[in-house]
Design a protein around this ligand. Sequence first.
Ligand code: SF4
Length: 683
Amino acid sequence: MTSSTAAIPIQVKGACPHDCPDTCSLVTTVQDGVAVKLQGNPDHQPTGGVLCNKVSRYLERTYHPERILQPLKRVGPKGAGQFAPVGWDEALNDIAGRLQAIAAADPQAILPYSYCGTMGLVQGEGMASRFFHRLGASFLDRTICATAGAEGLIHTIGGKLGMRVEFFAESRLILIWGSNAIGSSLHFWRLAQEAKRRGAKLVCIDPRRTETADKCHEHVALLPGTDAALALAMMHELVVNDWLDHDYIAQHTLGWEGLRERALRWSPERASAVCGVPAAQIRSLARVWGTTAPAAIRLNYGMQRVHGGGNAVRAVACLPALTGAWRHRAGGVLLSTSSEYPIDAAALRRPDLLAGRTPRTINMVTIGDDLLRPSSPSFGPAIGALIVYNSNPVAVAPESGKVVAGFAREDLFTVVLEHFQTDTADYADYVLPATTQLEHWDVHSSYGHTDVLLNRPAISPLGQARTNSDIFRELARRMGFSDPCFADDDQTLCRAAFGDRVDFELLLAQGFAPLPVAEAPFAEGGFPTPSGKCEFFSERLARQGLDGLPDHVPNHEPFGASPRHPLAMISPPARNFLNSSFVNLQSLRDIEGEPLLEIHPQDAQARGIASGAVVRVFNDRGEYRCKAKVCERARPGVVNGLGIWWRKLGLAGTNVNQLTSQKLTDLGRGPVFYDCLVDVRRG
Ligand code: SF4
């Protein structure tokens, strides 16, 4: 079409699908069926018209020349990435037949593997859940990111709830705890900057000197996995200096005497020895927390990826109740707002299709071990088929040596729904081309604000790409699942996600719908715990034989415990990547350069390592080669392996997860990516 006959551009409202608390509202400009511009929605207050650097490149991602746009069938050995194009009918008929044969023996031998490649409720666990429920496949425990922290919150304040993010702009003190907000929660960071301009103090608590730490007034560079010890020592100081809101404690908390006694065992000197932070800095942090109002904590999930992650979140979540910070709308703590959303899971996911069956549950964190397990009475059938969607486990699951060995099993039938030929897609028997966010309907909750967002398709699916829901709908049909729910289209699924609990007409009209959430949710107590109080002591945990009070739970691999592996390694995301998403975008990879290990000058000098040198990072689980960056972003004793690079884009076909372990957290059965001892050598 020539420019003189070109159609008038249209703007389509959508939602960012990525695993980020900000859940931005998008506006896509479409001309002649092509998306030509993507912007943040200026009318959506949490987005404020701004997108992060990553999603600003979403058109580059959508129209990437390496997008998979037709079904592919493996023609080489597993993992070699050799595929030939195949028609949809042939692919779906063969997949349905293979799954039927496995299910005839035991459907639990089939495992879905998915996470938050999209946060959409429809293209995530909508039609997919209906399909796997009807099939009777194994359940997947979706624990790989946030469950330790979620359990910590639930057992303290009663849910994944907290401050409304917009009120951080009014706080006088913000502790940014375990979060590189500039990279991973840009819109919160804008509010923190506003608070700073109004005179607030910002403190960053993080083992790494992040870009966020650079811009805060103070950085507390504690050792990984010692956050609960720091929080308990802060409580010690609150007690001995009487920086407490006695009235709030008496009326709205449970278990104060026990917590007080425990906190008094954590002098700043004791915590200093555990955390690797000067006692004077702990005292000063406690003083500013105890004497500033309104005071707020923005917690993120980095700090809970260690053995004691659940207890650490519990300890931190107690701090606002001790000082009565919840009385103010700009005080309290925010880790997640997920529990605010009235999702109608029964209507969307249809657990009734299980028809009384209770399949076994496989934890996604231990997929490496579990793919290698034979059938047994305790485990059940060996995993015979994996359907992977919205995830890239070969790159992101821990202890990847075992994950790769599992995926390489010739007797494992693997189907991967994907946009790109990821490390995981290389091990597939079939790769099925999935639509991106610009090509499908979806509806979104958030874990950083409290609006529901609708995503309308802006363009038609590229090539032969299909929506995840359409792929599961087609598989259901070919497997003879005639239940009417498999005929629901994606708009129907969008409506089913919230039913009449959210005004769908408002979503259609403006793209977002705010939930009615109180400004200061716990100003008068009213925590949704069994006692209705902030539970310093949790009877529910005690009944499970666990400690009812929060405590410091040492790492599985505590700093200093292994002479052979004297360095602690954390693996936070590189600023321009979102887990393993965006790593294949050249423009972002050009910014990140190559896989790097940040190492402090003292640790580098002791090993004769210079910046730019190739290093070998190793422990008993494996080794990883990358370039060293000698800098003070790493604190002494801790190295930062920035992630999550695709293995095949790294130096020797591995990434940091070659070194991480499959051990689990104290609560929530989560992963311990940042609880990992290593050593480093040149070369
Ligand atoms: S800030 Fe987060 S929600 Fe917003 S566009 Fe970026 S990744 Fe998406």
